[in-house]
Write a protein that binds this ligand. Structure first.
Ligand SMILES: Cc1cc2nc3c(=O)[nH]c(=O)nc-3n(C[C@H](O)[C@H](O)[C@H](O)COP(=O)(O)OP(=O)(O)OC[C@H]3O[C@@H](n4cnc5c(N)ncnc54)[C@H](O)[C@@H]3O)c2cc1C
Length: 475
């Protein structure tokens, strides 16, 4: 019995030990799994970047650029500076500029000619359709044949230092009259005037049109699934991120304009802001807000890079006084000293296409962008199509300014822009600038229960810390 007892004691002692070891083992595993779960949760958490736009900062101004040149303050634009400079300088200037006759008439192929699927127009409101300009309304000078351009081998074109090409892509000598050339980043043939019509943008503001449902969804789905997929976390190729961020930023901007100018009461035709929509579609998602700022800085960089070219360009709409005003506003915009101080290099394009695969990657991304531009013909609401096309052409113009190359793959020192491209570029910058203003205005009103106010961060952060402390104590 004793023997048995001893045995049973021994065995129960052994069992206890085994149980303890087993328990410890489980505890250890539990601990390791929990640590992994925390890391995964932190890594996948879409709000892990705080609202101070650290991601944007990393992107716009990589450490390499800043450290090597030791000009961190000059080359980086932080979120607050962008808001300040936009509110004080850019937004007021752009609002004036887009009202001038030169910038308010846009040439566009409006009819729906979808390559991918037949139009299933889902537009419900009368505000969906575009009011085209009667023949006598748009400027005579816009109808005139384009001025001839100098041949590329003309001695005038050979001036300028080749080693300075990166930042002189569009120098003052580049402007030799407006030309009609096909933009390689878009699907439309911009030289085909037969299909084009003129639209007064001031009479056709971008706002809520009621366009939604399968037609609209299919376009965004096609864009994100086929032509600019969201890159995986950890993606190191910056070029692949650029396309997605540009489109997502544009999408945020479109959503902001819908929210800012919404038909709240259809029966009484009453318009106003839709804060719920703004919150759900834009403000709740940090990445979408960041991408909006990214797109704004990207386009701003294209405008500042083309400063000398834009300064030299002819703003001729036949209304001399208004044209002088347009010229002067452009001059103020591209040479504003506050802008230079706050944000000298909004985006550093020299960082891209550096690797061996650069040219192939560039071609690939250009093809993807062309497909996105072709999808604009499938937008089943005329006004949305007008603004979709204008803004995509504005992005294409920015891409053209920042990344155009000659036959040898070197930055193209003879790049010329079309009048319509410049109109699209400035109107796009104005639309993005308006979106930034609306984000800043609504952020505080609608962020109370959202992660954006930082409270969520603190609470989430402290609950993790508590949990972590408890776990460590139990071991
Ligand atoms: C080119 C184009 C122009 C348009 N212009 C107008 C217009 O001027 N006026 C108007 O009233 N309607 C316009 N629309 C329709 C509008 O964009 C929406 O599609 C519509 O209001 C329905 O919205 P939704 O809630 O289904 O989400 P959508 O905005 O259609 O978004 C679809 C999906 O895309 C993802 N998504 C949303 N935003 C982003 C982002 N910023 N970044 C990454 N992913 C995102 C989400 O998963 C979302 O579910 C336009 C549509 C297109 C394609």
């Amino acid at each position: 019995m004793l023997e048995v007892d001893r045995k049973s004691n021994a065995s129960s002692n052994g069992d206890d030990k085994k149980k303890k070891t087993k328990k410890n083992k489980w505890k250890r595993w539990g601990f390791i799994t929990s640590v992994i779960a925390v890391i995964v949760a932190v890594y996948l958490n879409p709000w892990r970047h705080s609202f101070n736009y650290s991601l944007l900062h990393d992107y716009i101004c990589s450490e390499d650029t800043c450290e090597s040149t030791d000009i961190i303050e000059e080359c980086c634009c932080d979120y607050e500076s962008i808001n300040d400079i936009n509110g004080e300088v850019l937004h007021p200037l752009l609002q004036e500029l887009v009202k001038t006759p030169f910038f308010r008439y846009f040439k566009v192929k409006l009819w729906c000619d979808c390559l991918f699927w037949p139009d299933d127009g889902m537009c419900r409101l009368r505000d969906c359709s575009v009011c085209e300009c009667p023949e006598n309304e748009f400027p005579e000078s816009f109808k005139m044949p384009s001025l001839s351009i100098l041949a590329k081998d003309d001695p005038v074109c050979q001036e300028g230092k080749p080693e300075a090409t990166v930042d002189r892509t569009l120098d003052a000598k580049s402007f030799r009259g407006w030309v009609e050339i096909d933009n390689p980043w878009t699907h439309d043939d911009e030289t085909d005037n037969g299909e084009m019509t003129y639209v007064n943008l001031q009479l056709n503001p971008e706002h809520h049109t009621g366009y939604r449902g399968p037609s609209a969804r299919r376009i965004w789905e096609a864009i994100y699934s086929e032509y600019c997929p969201r890159y995986a976390y950890g993606e190191t190729c910056p070029e692949k991120k650029v396309l997605y961020k540009l489109i997502s930023g544009l999408h945020s901007s479109i959503s902001s304009h819908i929210a800012a100018d919404y038909l709240i009461d259809e029966a009484n035709y009453k318009w106003g802001s839709n804060l719920q929509l703004m919150r759900d579609r834009v403000l709740k998602h940090f990445d979408r807000v960041e991408n909006l700022y990214f797109t704004f800085l990207f386009v701003l960089r294209a405008v500042t890079k083309a400063a000398a070219y834009l300064d030299q360009a002819e703003y001729d709409s036949g209304n001399h006084v208004e044209d002088l005003r347009a010229q002067s506003l452009i001059h103020q915009l591209v040479h504003d000293s506050k802008l230079q101080d706050a944000c000298a290099l909004p985006f550093n394009e020299a960082e891209l296409w550096q690797g061996q695969g650069g040219p192939i990657l560039r071609q690939q991304i250009q093809d993807q962008f062309r497909n996105i531009s072709a999808l604009m013909d499938c937008v089943g609401c005329e006004k949305c199509r007008l603004w979709g096309k204008l803004q995509v052409l504005g992005l294409a113009t920015s891409l053209q300014i920042l990344f155009s190359v000659d036959d040898q793959g070197n930055p193209d020192p003879h790049l010329q822009l079309q009048r319509n491209e410049v109109i699209a570029l400035i109107n796009l910058l104005n639309r993005l600038s308006e979106s930034l203003i609306f984000v800043a205005k609504t952020r505080d009103n609608v962020a109370i229960n959202s992660p954006a106010n930082g409270l969520f961060h603190r609470q989430w952060g402290s609950s993790i810390a508590d949990w972590w402390k408890k776990l460590s104590e139990s071991n």
